[in-house]
Design a protein around this ligand. Structure first.
Ligand code: AMP
Length: 547
């Protein structure tokens, strides 16, 4: 175990952000900018238009929110917004406005989220009271522009967040209409998880000499150590700590390094794990060298077997006995994934790389798979029944060892005297029960709901395989929100083409879209045939899935 000095990383202060923002970021436990932030913030602060490729989990929200807040601090505050952020969904509108509030707490930023489904009266009052930043879904923004309740004449910055999602959801015309109402001299920023031709076209039409940002990605699969097994669990945020505990119980790592994104994350997870009986130590950038040394000493001496750390704190650490690396929080870039995972599987040893993924982070996981050319299989979080079975296995193994190795004669008298009264089987059962109980109580935990039904294969999945040959995955723009069931998709496709139900592969129904596997040879025919067809009363986009 050694610690090597790391190169001096970029800090938020290096990016030229004002002190009010730095103090808010420090309070949130952010230790350093993520790659997209490091690239985008200086350009945006400089007033440049930016076109960035970034998925949820990369820190893209702060990448555009901080420069907006930076600009806000110095200017006069008017009644009308100086920034408009367009997002595809109501959830994202709420998340982005919360982020602006958190980062801008010392600047008194006035943020109004506007989205469909909320009474318009409340939004009207909020807009009327004076606002700095509006975060809106395109449909509702167009409504307000029509009513003349959203004034865009003072806009300095427009952000298109998750632009590909907005296009997929049919907001292209709304976006054009909104942008037409904004001042020509505005700064325009576009973030998108993918940059297909349609996004490029928007960039060419509406962005002024944009800087393109694509975070450097590792180039060869060899950079990820070959002997490491990679897998992931999909969990809602609220269940991640419990889920990790279960996984650790089953995996029983010799030593594990668990990555969290912030200092607060490290401290709270360490506390939770210790409360559950694990021997975890925290390591983050807020600790003194002496504290760090003490932690590393405990790990070396084997009195701790889990190290919970931020990326900054773990930089340069080389822990010999490490068997597992866990991404408790998703890494902010593929490069960071490769870097974190490089800690196991060294010198030809086998290792395990585990990632806990929140449903909305599925695109980041796909990116990692694509770039590292490594399949990250999704496992189910162990259930209470799995854990019980696992604990019984341990008891069985301990008994076996004792039968084979120990001198048991001293106990013979107990068994013999009980055997007069009971069947030997019953005596054995009672002894096993006592041995099992002494190894620790069975925790009466509740099962963790499976979150992989959202954007991941599971839940509403039909898993039959097409009989032979290659398959293509088709994206169909209707999902659970429209009440779509697998039989609706099978019915629509088999009704419009000459395919039969048996020709279709797995069907996965997500919140807003579905994925259906069809034979590659017929994929284009299906796309053609489905044009204009209604599924559950709704017309849906059908195209090849990008990944
Ligand atoms: P986003 O990709 O914008 O959805 O951000 C993903 C998560 O990363 C959010 O929970 C942010 O609070 C967090 N985050 C963003 N930037 C940083 C950073 N520099 N350090 C630590 N956490 C961050």
């Amino acid at each position: 175990m050694t610690e090597t000095p790391a190169h001096r990383p970029t800090t938020f202060a290096d990016l030229g952000l004002r002190p009010e923002l730095i103090s808010a970021l420090t309070a949130l436990g952010y230790e350093e900018p993520t790659p997209i932030q490091e690239a985008a913030i200086p350009l945006m602060v400089d007033g440049r238009d930016v076109m960035g490729q970034a998925a949820t989990g990369t820190g893209k929200t702060a990448a555009f929110a901080l420069p907006i807040l930076q600009r806000l601090g110095s200017g006069e505050r008017g009644r009308h917004p100086m920034a408009l952020i367009l997002v595809p969904t109501r959830e994202l509108a709420m998340q982005v406005s919360q982020a602006l509030h958190r980062y801008g707490r010392d600047l008194g930023v006035r943020v109004v989220p506007i989205y469909g489904g909320q009474p318009i009266g409340r939004q009207l009052r909020a807009l009327d009271a004076g606002v700095d930043v509006v975060v809106a879904t395109p449909g509702r923004a167009v409504d307000h522009i029509g009513r003349k309740t959203l004034h865009l004449a003072d806009l300095e910055v427009v952000v298109l967040d998750e632009a590909d999602e907005m296009l997929d959801m049919g907001f292209a015309e709304d976006l054009e209409a909104i942008l037409a109402e904004t001042p020509a001299r505005r700064q325009t920023v576009l973030f998108s998880a993918t940059l297909p031709a349609r996004i490029d076209a928007i960039g060419r039409r509406h962005l002024h000499q944009p800087e393109r940002i694509r975070i450097a990605e590792p180039t060869t699969a060899d950079e990820v150590t070959p002997l490491v097994r990679h897998f992931a669990y999909v969990l809602a945020r609220a269940h991640k700590a419990t889920g990790l505990g279960r996984v650790l119980d089953v995996e029983a790592p010799a030593a594990a390094l668990v990555f969290c994104r912030t200092r607060e994350g490290v401290d709270s997870l360490t506390e939770t794990l210790n409360g559950r009986g694990y021997r975890a130590e925290a390591l983050h950038g807020g600790m003194s060298q002496e504290q760090r040394d003490r932690v590393m000493g405990r790990l070396r001496a084997g009195t701790a077997d889990l190290l919970v750390a931020t990326d900054v704190a773990a930089r340069g650490l080389d822990i010999e006995q490490l068997s597992h690396v866990v991404n408790f929080d998703m890494p902010a870039s593929v490069e960071s994934y490769v870097h974190r995972m490089g800690r196991v599987g060294r010198a030809g040893r086998a290792g395990v790389a585990i990632t806990l993924v929140e449903p909305r982070e599925h695109r980041m996981l796909k990116n990692i798979e694509r770039v590292t050319k490594r399949r990250i299989s999704i496992h189910k979080v162990p259930t209470v029944a799995d854990l019980r079975a696992h604990r019984l296995d341990l008891t069985r193994a301990a008994l076996r060892e004792s039968i084979l190795g120990d001198d048991l004669d001293g106990y013979r008298v107990v068994v013999e005297s009980l055997a007069d009264e009971f069947d030997v089987m019953e005596v054995a059962l009672a002894a096993v029960k006592l041995a099992h109980a002494s190894a620790g109580p069975d925790e009466d935990d509740e099962d963790i709901p499976d979150a992989s039904g959202g954007a991941f294969p599971a839940g509403d999945r039909r898993t039959s395989r097409p009989s032979s040959g290659n398959t293509a995955r088709l994206y169909i723009g209707v999902g659970r929100d429209s009440g779509v069931r697998p039989q609706d998709l099978v019915g629509a496709i088999t009704g419009e083409t000459h395919l039969s139900g048996r020709d279709l592969g797995s069907i996965q129904i997500n919140q807003r879209f579905s994925l259906v596997e069809v034979p590659e040879a017929q994929a284009d025919e299906v796309i053609q045939a489905m044009r204009g067809v209604k599924i559950r009363g709704q017309k849906a986009t059908v195209r090849r899935e990008r990944f």
